[in-house]
Design a protein. Sequence first.
Length: 151
Amino acid sequence: MAISEKDLLLALSNEEPRYFEILPKLDEKAIAILSGLSKGNDLMLATKAIFLAGLSKTPSGADIVETASKSAVKLKRIASASALEHLTAEKREKIALKLIDDADISIQKLVIRATGNSKSAKLKEKFTKLTNESPSGYIRELIAALPEPFP
């Protein structure tokens, strides 16, 4: 049974939403509501909507995550990076290639964790660049610990 807008807002308003209980109730109407929330000024709701959209495994949900990855608002980009592991490989790579260049180390960390096993030559190239140029020892160590060694 689909979830109403009121119930969706209520569920996302919880400090710790039960995403996997909400997920089966999502339909295209609910995804459209998530899209609106993701673009809103209420960052708590926006970030939860972005993450839930990524969990939905729908093309429109992935589009919400991609739009958030381009946001000027760091918390929305973080939510986008947090949702990466739930996207299809193709969409995950496309978004990850943008987010990995973010100046924020927390975003880079989330991207590396979500895509570290990727066979993408473009991502491997980005990881290699970070290994050689990142000012963050943590990021360099995270990449060095990936299953496939990077120079």
